[in-house]
Design a protein around this ligand. Structure first.
Ligand SMILES: [Zn+2]
Length: 99
């Protein structure tokens, strides 16, 4: 699992920040990389997203591809982000409590 939400927050452009290639999505893991043709693709899970792999990532050129249609991707990211902020807030509350 990789916590890449923090990077997203920087520019607010998930596709740019996550190095997503285009808006094409692959429900099943592509057999080879659509960019470089490399035959080993990895799955990237995202903290807070409970739907299994979220992106496919090429082992060679590190291009990432959507698993879900853009609209669903946005929705899942938003949910994950909210969860992320909730967790941060919880941490802050912990810090503020006297021991
Ligand atoms: Zn590639």
């Amino acid at each position: 699992m990789e916590d890449i939400l923090k990077d997203k927050v920087k520019t607010g452009n998930v596709y740019l920040d996550f190095n997503i290639q285009g808006r094409k999505f692959f429900e099943d893991k592509p057999l080879s990389c659509p960019i470089c043709g490399h035959e080993k693709m990895g799955a990237v899970e995202l903290l807070g997203v409970k739907h299994g792999p979220f992106f496919w990532e090429c082992d060679e050129c590190e291009s990432r591809f959507l698993r879900y249609p853009p609209a669903k991707t946005d929705k899942l990211l938003k949910e994950a982000e909210e969860l992320h902020y909730d967790l941060e807030e919880l941490d802050n509350i912990h810090l503020g409590l006297p021991n």
